[in-house]
Design a protein around this ligand. Sequence first.
Ligand code: MGD
Ligand code: MGD
Ligand code: SF4
Ligand code: MO
Length: 677
Amino acid sequence: MLGACHHDCPDTCAWEVTVVDGVATKLKGNAEHPITRGTLCPKVNRFLDRVYDPDRLLTPLRRSGPKGSGAYEPISWDEAITEIATQMRRRIEAGRPESIAQFSFAGTQGLVQMGVMLDHLFDVVGASDIYREICGVTSWQGSADVLGRPFGIDPESMFQAKTIVLWGTNTRITNRHLWPTIEQARADGAHVIVVDPVRTDTAREADTFIQPRPGTDVALVLGMLHVIDRDGLTDPAWLEARTTGWDELRTSAARWTPQRASEACGVPAEQIEWLAHRMATVRPTAVRVLVGPEHREVGRDILRAVTMLPAVLGLFNELGGGLARSVQGWQYTALNMPLRSHKRPAFNMARLGEVLVAPKPSDPNIDMLFVHNSNPASVLPDQNRVIDGLQREDLFTVVIEQFMTDTARYADIIVPSTSQIEHLDLSYSWGHLYLALNQPAIEPAGESLPNSEIARRIATALGVDDDVLHMTDEEVIRDLLASDHPFLDGITYEGLASNGWARLNIPRDLRPHVDDVPSIPTGKMRLGTLEFRAGAETRLGDPTRAQRFPLELISRKQNPKFLNANYGGFPKHYASSGGPTLELDAVDALARGIASGDLVRIHNDRGSLTLVAEISEDLQPGLTSMPFGYWNRNSPEGRAVNALTNPALPDDDRGSAFFHETLVEVTRLSESPDIAR
Ligand SMILES: Nc1nc2c(c(=O)[nH]1)N[C@H]1C(S)=C(S)[C@@H](COP(=O)(O)OP(=O)(O)OC[C@H]3O[C@@H](n4cnc5c(=O)[nH]c(N)nc54)[C@H](O)[C@@H]3O)O[C@H]1N2
Ligand SMILES: Nc1nc2c(c(=O)[nH]1)N[C@H]1C(S)=C(S)[C@@H](COP(=O)(O)OP(=O)(O)OC[C@H]3O[C@@H](n4cnc5c(=O)[nH]c(N)nc54)[C@H](O)[C@@H]3O)O[C@H]1N2
Ligand code: SF4
Ligand SMILES: [Mo]
């Protein structure tokens, strides 16, 4: 049976499931799919083990012990739905539907199971929503500051590039199916450059690795712009016709000699000069970004600065060049996306802990939490407060899940959801321009149900009479495809069902922002003043705090067998070390008397963890790193890296939390690993 991966991964692979006597026996990448090219990835190669895992949740459950204890008893679907509907109705009838919060993210990216039905249900009910902005929105904003609606180039077109800059993205790990395109370009003479504060697996395979200090990319870009202007590397006709604000930008850059930029960002001045010249002169030049640098106070500034390079140099002019970012915008434009009410009260998802334990006057007063497609106890910053909130006795929590995650353990009712090979869905991609139809290959495990069906059952129990909530999954997909947008010309449900996938009908020679400027009213990219600043929780930004917590902590997606927190409870997916380690630079380790293998305590005033140290040559002095994705059970404290990370947000409560701007101290522990938090 033909299907597609549901993970929040830019690759959206198409797959084939072999089924024998109702049992899925083999899962393999679709060989015909131009991006998948027949292979999946180390996370998903053993996905069938996950589907048939003995710990899979198979019946609805009611809590039978204290919150967090994991003690549950099975109940019937009727009991579960009745209880959920009763709890919701009580709040709706009391005139406070906003005390119910829907909390969801991208556990599945299939459009039906990710949202359509449940979102609609909570829209109709008037429950509180969250700004689902932990990923991608800050990047979008930074690029939008320059490009208006920041449509990126087709990443597949990068095979034509001669210079490829992977700017703060760990392609080999996070976007592995782009690598063959990069290799193809390289075989044709392209030079691949990685800009990252960490020597990542991708950096190791690059032709040139550029290692700025964390959060200093704006200084690096200002130095490059200085060189670009000084050496006349711009095309005045392009700047005049296609941009505004070049005069302000060159004034900003005038003071940033390569020497000064080097002092701020740590990249040698000669390398700054070289990168500016290479990008400007050996073209087409593609700049690839995803989300890494966005998880910072200066994340939007960094993305804006990086987007200015293709704008100033006119890199969009040549096919294969320009800014290659998320292509979600193309996909959502093509599809007939359901209308959302957008009238619900909302708060930024990264503030869940605060909203539950110490709400601001403007926050809704939440006493019912409905979680699906997300694992907030694991993925959010401020983990200690998130868990304090989930422990509130007066909070009624419902979780739809496949496994007893860090979040599910605090639920009052857990209901089991189907896996991707058990339900129907339409998969879009933010890493390429292909749609895929995921058809169910086997019957649902145990009593599990698709999220959409759970929404329909709750709607029926609540007596909500609404057309959308009566639609079948197939009808929803047909409706998504029923737009008259030319990008969908020729793409039908039947065609997808027989072929599995289809490329959006976007001409391969379309140069976004050149042939078609879909977004900026003036048709001109916005440059303007650019300033380098440091985030508040960094060594430069807060020297006083840095005296107590002198190291910066980054928590990346570095495990090839993890996908966010999906596999962090599956020991077969762990790194060879057997669990998370804290990576330290040799200079910092020496100063603290720490050797590889020592037990250390990493802490700040938000939390503390005990784990094994590993001296790494991939970092730089002052920078530590811990992988994101391990479940909380992997430390003696029952917490993971997000117990330490910075939950601060932009003033308008929008965008990503500042995860990577986190100051910590690390100390060598003597004998006992047991410490209080
Ligand atoms: N420290 C640190 N924290 C981070 C990040 C980081 O880099 N560092 N990255 C951030 C980013 S970019 C992201 S996107 C978020 C990810 O945050 P989330 O989207 O919350 O994380 P996931 O682990 O991808 O998925 C959550 C859950 O969805 C469930 N799920 C899968 N399919 C279905 C389904 O069909 N139905 C239901 N009901 N559930 C399903 C899975 O079992 C899984 O437990 O984390 C953020 N947190
Ligand atoms: N194996 C695997 N693949 C995944 C995921 C996963 O968990 N595991 N998660 C998926 C998801 S949800 C997402 S959003 C994508 C994310 O994909 P990426 O954006 O590629 O991954 P990240 O690990 O978030 O960050 C990428 C890099 O940003 C760097 N970085 C941090 N701060 C800065 C900075 O100030 N400047 C610069 N230049 N670089 C900086 C980090 O060191 C890191 O190497 O990956 C997806 N793919
Ligand atoms: S997680 Fe990403 S790379 Fe792996 S199968 Fe899914 S879409 Fe492909
Ligand atoms: Mo993400």
